[in-house]
Design a protein around this ligand. Structure first.
Ligand SMILES: Cc1cc2nc3c(=O)[nH]c(=O)nc-3n(C[C@H](O)[C@H](O)[C@H](O)COP(=O)(O)OP(=O)(O)OC[C@H]3O[C@@H](n4cnc5c(N)ncnc54)[C@H](O)[C@@H]3O)c2cc1C
Length: 417
């Protein structure tokens, strides 16, 4: 029986919208009918002051977003390139032996990445030509899903029922589609929350991402194009709540001290918020007729700014696997077979495991006051800073240029539209 859609993407956040745009832009998938099911899709371009939710977007993600025509749609005044990154332990100082300094000037790249508001990236993905021209947007909640031998049946909160050859679950860390597919997760809650705001600083951020590791978690200052810095401070839950509620002058003072005064006086210059943190990894990324991408498959501590970047790479890998199957003579019905989807799973699960493991280990190593570990940390940072090889490894992971990249994320990537 002919399904209503070949692919239904459940969850149109940044990752689901990217999967849709990539599938719509790939000429090998041009015959497919694709829908995005999203409870709260954006309806107009974002307005007003910079939103609190921002992401450090890697070079690999930039290439993917450029290929679908979304990157040029983010107004340049909202793209904040950062050219340097300085990371140090609370017991040390930037520029001292116990710090690492990554610099774009040591590479052939113009910068290490960009800080971009999530809602601007999201709007650019919904507004890019392949999404606008080829995607059916279903504004509704997922209510139920069954994976049958010859199709998936998806029921929506408003009573509609659809059939699909393949469902892609991109409905975030608490994914309902993952649960309905019967996929379990491993993971744990961090006893930390991420406090976020934007601040003005006495000294220029100098297009540098600054990160200092404190005993309760790291504080990051991410440079914004308007001269402010976006703060992501991972700390004890009760401290994050205090920072969000206390008088702004008090929060400003605490933030200034947490960065050891490196950027001089600090003034909170935006609303304040905080988010719970959890590590989650799906035990499987696919079943017959179902695949997971983005936070629905894995959620990661934000200290290395990897979450959405890993999600974009998932989308690019999945679309590449599907397109290659069609190119090599497979038929559309075969796309959702486990044999095909497993290629995607093998590829991305191993890459994501490396990132999840590295970031979790860094958080554990740095979030402990133990004196021996503090010595190891300072000397470890110094050793990495002094080793060109180790630095290249960490920079490659941070910029998303290491590991097995989907074609669209490589330097040879060509616009698909
Ligand atoms: C403080 C903080 C800082 C971060 N900084 C960075 C960073 O610098 N760089 C980086 O790469 N990552 C960062 N991340 C991680 C990044 O924000 C996430 O990885 C990313 O937002 C995940 O995107 P997603 O589309 O997979 O999921 P989500 O953003 O959760 O989107 C899921 C979508 O599914 C929809 N949905 C859910 N359930 C249903 C349903 N039943 N029916 C219909 N629709 C549904 C939701 O409405 C939503 O639109 C950070 C995270 C935090 C908390």
């Amino acid at each position: 029986m002919r399904p209503d859609f070949h692919i239904v993407i459940v969850g149109g956040g940044m990752v689901g919208a990217c999967a849709a745009a990539l599938a719509a832009a790939d000429p090998r998938l041009s015959e497919l009918r694709i829908a995005v099911l999203e409870a709260n899709p954006p309806t107009s371009p974002p307005q007003g002051d910079a939103d609190l939710r921002v992401s450090a977007v890697s070079r690999a993600s930039q290439r993917i977003l450029t290929a679908v025509g979304a990157w040029p749609l983010v107004p340049s005044q909202f793209l904040s390139p950062y050219e340097d990154m300085v990371v140090w332990d609370a017991a040390g100082k930037p520029g001292s032996a116990g710090a690492i300094h990554f610099s774009a000037s040591a590479t052939s790249e113009p910068n290490l990445g960009h800080i971009v508001e999530n809602r601007r990236l999201l709007w650019a993905l919904y507004d890019c030509p392949p999404f606008r021209q080829r995607i059916t947007l279903l504004r509704a909640e997922l209510a139920g899903m069954t994976l049958e031998r010859d199709r998936a049946v998806v029921s929506l909160g408003d009573g509609r029922v659809l059939s699909a050859a393949l469902v892609v679950g991109s409905d975030g860390a608490a994914s309902l589609s993952r649960k309905l597919a019967g996929i379990e997760t491993a993971g744990w809650d961090y006893d930390q929350r991420a406090f976020v705001t934007h601040v003005r600083t006495e000294h220029s951020h100098a297009r540098t991402a600054w990160q200092r590791f404190l005993a309760d978690g790291p504080i990051a200052f991410l440079p914004l194009a308007d001269g402010r810095s976006s703060i992501v401070w991972t700390t004890r839950p009760e401290h994050a709540e205090h920072l969000a509620k206390c008088p702004p002058e008090e929060a400003s003072r605490e933030i200034e001290q947490a960065l050891d005064g490196v950027l001089g006086k600090v003034e909170v210059a935006a609303p304040r918020g905080h988010f719970p943190l959890r590590l989650t990894h799906a035990r499987q990324y696919c079943k017959d007729r179902f695949a997971l991408v983005g936070d629905a498959a894995h959620s990661i501590h934000p200290l290395a700014g990897q979450g959405v970047n890993l999600g974009f790479l998932d989308c690019a890998a999945l679309v590449q696997v599907l397109a290659q199957e069609l190119e090599s003579g497979g038929n559309v019905e075969a796309l959702a077979e486990l044999r095909v989807l497993r290629r995607y799973e093998r590829w991305r699960k191993s890459e994501n495991l490396i990132a999840l493991g590295l970031v979790d280990a860094l958080n554990r190593l740095f979030s402990t006051p133990n004196g021996t570990l503090s010595w190891i940390r300072r000397n470890g940072l110094g050793a990495v800073d002094g080793s060109a090889l180790a630095k290249r490894f960490f920079m490659g992971r941070a910029m998303g240029t290491a590991g097995e990249l989907p074609r669209v994320a490589t330097p040879d990537s060509r616009p698909l539209v």
